[in-house]
Structures are given as C-alpha cells and as structure tokens.
Design a protein around this ligand. Structure first.
Ligand SMILES: Nc1ncnc2c1ncn2[C@@H]1O[C@H](COP(=O)(O)OP(=O)(O)O)[C@@H](O)[C@H]1O
Ligand SMILES: [Mg+2]
Length: 368
C-alpha cells in the first residue's frame, strides 16, 4: 500500500469573498442549490433551522418536490440548462443566497465555472484544485499520513490485483479489474492513449465515512481549529459489480464479454466496528489538519471512501469535499449523528453552521 509521507509547508487560509457579503443582509440569508443529488436533505435541513431555500432547476419546476412538502424549496429559479447558472450570479446575490454545493452542482456547472461563480458558497472552494486531480488528492492523503492504495506507474510490473481508473470517468464507468500482469495485458488496448490510474485492488469492505468539520465550533472532538463530527457511514450499491456473483464467477462472465462496472445506483447505511472508531477519527483529523497546511482548510461536510481489510487496516481510496449523496440515508439522524443531536442530518448541520457563523459574525470563515 502507498505509505504516508511526512508533512510539508504551511499556507495561510484566505477567503475569495471580497466584499460580496457586505451587500448581504445576514438576517435574510437563503440557502440555494441545484435540484438534484442531496437537495431534498439540504432544503429539509434548512427549513428545520428556519432558513429560506431556493432550488435551481432545469427545464421546469420538478414536480416530485410537491410530493415532499417538508423538503420542497420555498422558491425555484428555472433555467434552460445548467450552463446558465453563471448568469444567475447577480440574481442569487440579490436574494442573499448562499450556495450549498453538492456533487452534481459542481459536476453540472464544471469545476472552473464553480470556482469563478461570484456567489458565496458553503465551504472552501480551493479544495477543488486538490480534490479534482487524482494525483493531487493522493498527495494530500499521503502527506496527511493516511494509507492510500499503491499506485502502479505506467509499465511497472503488475504483481497483484489492480483496479484501472480512468480520469474524469463518471461513476466508475469503464473501470476494470486485472488480477495479474497477463490480465492487464489482455485489457491494455482499453488503456492506450487514455489518462488512467492503476491502483492496487484492495480486497476489503467498503465504508464511506461522512464527516463534518466546523472551523468555528469548539466543543466535541477538537482539532487545532474547531472540531470534527462523524455524522454517518454508508456503503454504495454499485452496478454491476455488487450483483455479478449471482450470474457466476467473473472469469466466466469475462469470456461472455460481461465486465464489472462500478456505477452507483443507491446507498445503504452501515456502522463500523466500534473498536475502529479511534482510527476513523484519526484519519478524518489528519486529512483536515493537512488541508489547512495545503490550501487554507477543507470545511463543512466531506466523505472519505475507505476499504477495511481483514487485518483491520483502513485505506482511503477517494475523498469528496462536500455533502455526498450517501448522507441521504440519514435524513432523520444516524447511529452516529444521534449521539451529537437526535435526528441530525448533514443538511441540517450545514444550516446550523451557517446560523452559528452568522451569530458569531464569522461567516467569512465558512463561506468562500
Ligand atoms: N483501490 C481499490 N480497491 C478496491 N476497490 C476499489 C478501489 N478503488 C475504488 N474501488 C471501487 O471502485 C469504486 C469507484 O472508485 P472511485 O475511486 O471511488 O471512483 P469514482 O470517482 O468513480 O467514485 C469504489 O466505490 C469502490 O467500490
Ligand atoms: Mg468514489
């Protein structure tokens, strides 16, 4: 496995908000996000905290929200395509909007446009630069001192099972497993001319850890700045890999041209052995502390995608620096969030953070 590296240079946190917040009425903040992904949870959480909400939708007001009155945004803005979001910036600012970005929001808008979007956004947008590039993400994790899967350089001998990941692939499409050098060579034409990462395939159980880092809340599990909360854990249902066994061994399936894919189709709640919680918090803490040294800190919700092997080693294979859709299984609390506050969801925790920062006059520390 890729061994942790030692720590490096320090950088100071900074905000790109400039004077935008000066024109805002803090009493009238509105939480806005794209109508997809975890928006029901975000709107539901904001409503529970008494914050108004605004849903950005494409084409028309999505009808299904009317089926969920407690999670329906107070207002909608409808655009013809996601590409139009940058044009909404002025309108959003006029409405005192704070964007709560989720995975689909960033994907639809594109990382570059999201970085430029001149509307206050929950969390530190600088994280994108470190998150979007698999190599940089790996450097961040390793230099934080957490275990990551071994990575094979092009041409390096494949001495164990590997997972080949394509850069920018959505939902694991096209990823393939090769159990040895020969199998890798058989599949090599799929890799030609493409940017890939060849990772050690870790035979373990997957835990997607949902954390929340507040730079302003001091009580609880303290960090050098603020605190760290664990709000839940899920495992993703991935088609077709998770169900392949029903048709027989992968070897045989391969001969019939059926290859495993990792497309997320849903989520299931999980808990981890309680004896592993110290490790879980240690990993979360390291990743946050290192983020301050690298780019001024990853704040708000984030998810570490991990594999636990039979020697109880935890390896982090991916990081998402915002609310993940796996938190949707915990709308009314989780076996961890309930120890913080009964019924707490990540969406609601976001709204609480915004309210807390507003009360303390510290909004620039949680928005960029
Ligand atoms: N090193 C690994 N060993 C075993 N399985 C892995 C490894 N990395 C990823 N996976 C599996 O592949 C899926 C997709 O990989 P991931 O790196 O999360 O890419 P994506 O960007 O598509 O989410 C994961 O959810 C997990 O099931
Ligand atoms: Mg992933």
């Amino acid at each position: 496995m890729g061994e942790p590296k030692s720590k490096g240079i320090k950088k100071r946190p900074s905000s790109r908000l400039g004077g935008i917040l000066d024109g805002y009425d803090p009493a009238k903040l509105v939480i806005a996000t794209a109508c997809s992904h975890s928006s029901l949870q975000i709107f539901h959480g904001a409503r529970a905290e008494g914050i108004k909400t605004l849903g950005i939708a494409v084409g028309n007001e999505p009808k299904f929200y009317s089926a969920f009155p407690r999670a329906r945004p107070d207002e909608f803005i409808v655009v013809d395509s996601w590409n139009e979001i940058p044009k909404l910036a002025g309108e959003l600012r006029k409405r005192n909007a704070v964007i709560v970005p989720h995975g689909s929001f960033v994907e639809y808008l594109g990382a570059t446009e999201f970085l430029k979007l001149n509307v206050p956004s929950f969390g530190n947008r600088k994280v994108l630069e470190w998150e979007a590039d698999r190599e940089k993400q790996r450097d961040w994790l390793r230099s934080a001192g957490v275990w990551v899967p071994k990575r094979f350089k092009p041409g390096e001998a494949i001495d164990r099972p590997v997972l080949v990941k394509f850069h920018g692939a959505k939902g694991g499409r096209g990823y393939f497993i090769a159990k040895n050098q020969d199998e890798f060579m058989e599949m090599e034409d799929r890799v030609q001319g493409k940017a890939v990462q060849i990772q050690e395939y870790i035979l373990g159980t997957r835990y997607y850890l949902h954390f929340f880092h507040s730079p302003i809340k001091k009580d609880g599990y303290e960090l050098s700045r603020g605190s760290l909360e664990l709000l839940g854990m899920d495992r993703r249902d991935e088609a077709n890999i998770d169900e392949m066994y029903k048709l027989g061994a992968q070897e045989l399936l391969k001969k019939s041209g059926v290859l495993p894919t990792f497309v997320v189709t849903g989520n299931v709640p999980v808990v981890i052995r309680e004896s592993l919680l110290p490790k879980v918090f240690d990993i979360g803490e390291r990743v946050v502390e290192r983020s301050y040294e690298l780019f001024g800190g990853m704040t708000g919700p984030f998810c570490l995608e991990t594999l636990v092997s039979d020697d109880l080693h935890i390896t982090v294979f991916e990081l998402s620096a915002r609310i993940v859709a796996g938190t949707n299984v915990f709308i009314s609390g989780s076996p961890y969030a309930d120890f913080v506050e009964p019924g707490l969801s990540t969406g609601r925790r976001i709204a609480q953070e915004i309210k807390m920062a507003r009360r303390m006059g510290r909004l620039p520390e949680i928005l960029t």
